[in-house]
Design a protein around this ligand. Structure first.
Ligand code: FES
Ligand code: FES
Length: 156
C-alpha cells in the first residue's frame, strides 16, 4: 500500500505492507535509523518516536495507521534541541542503546509540560528502560533541558 505522511517536516510517500511496524519502515525504507529495536513488544521504549506530537513505540505501530500523520524521529530534533544539549552537557549515555528513545520521550514530555517537577519527570520517563542504569543522569538532564528551553524562550 502507498503511505503518505509527514516525517521530520517533509512530505514522504512510500510503498509498504500495511502491517509493517513503523520502526521497520523508518529504518529500512526511509533511511532513518535513529530509533532502535529493543524488544518489539512495546516493553522497552528504545524505538520511541513522536506521532502527531505524542510519544509512541514505533515497533508496535502498523505503518498503515500513520497515513496523513506527522512523525518526528530523533533525526528531526536537529541536534540543537535543548534535550540534546542537556544530554551532552550532563554526559548521560553509557552504552547509548536506549538513548534515542530517552531523548524522544523527554522531548515529548517537555513539549507537553515545559516546567515539570522531579516527580513529573520520573513519571513521564517511565517505560523507557536503560539497562545501564543511567536514570539519575536522565532525570537531571530532563530538568536541565527544561531550564535551557525556558532560557531560550526568554531570549526570543
Ligand atoms: S523496541 Fe519498541 S518498545 Fe522495545
Ligand atoms: S545507556 Fe545503555 S541501555 Fe541505556
Amino acid at each position: 500500500m502507498k503511505i503518505e505522511c509527514q516525517i521530520n517536516g517533509e512530505a514522504r510517500s512510500f510503498e509498504a505492507d500495511p502491517e509493517m511496524p513503523l520502526l521497520w519502515a523508518l529504518r529500512d525504507l526511509l533511511g532513518l535509523p535513529g530509533a532502535k529495536y529493543g524488544c518489539g513488544i512495546s516493553a522497552c521504549g528504545t524505538c520511541t518516536v513522536h506521532l502527531d506530537g505524542a510519544p509512541v513505540r514505533s515497533c508496535v505501530v502498523p505503518v498503515a495507521t500513520v497515513a496523513g500523520k506527522r512523525i518526528t524521529t530523533i533525526e528531526g530534533l536537529g541536534g540543537e534541541h535543548p534535550v540534546q544539549q542537556a544530554w551532552i552537557e550532563l554526559q548521560v549515555p553509557q552504552c547509548g542503546y536506549c538513548q534515542c528513545g530517552q531523548v524522544m520521550q523527554a522531548a515529548a514530555l517537555l513539549a507537553r509540560n515545559p516546567s515539570p517537577s522531579r516527580e513529573q519527570v520520573r513519571e513521564g520517563m517511565t517505560g523507557v528502560l536503560c539497562r545501564c542504569g543511567t536514570y539519575p543522569r536522565i532525570e537531571a538532564a530532563v530538568l536541565r533541558a527544561a531550564e535551557l528551553s525556558r532560557a531560550k524562550e526568554s531570549q526570543s
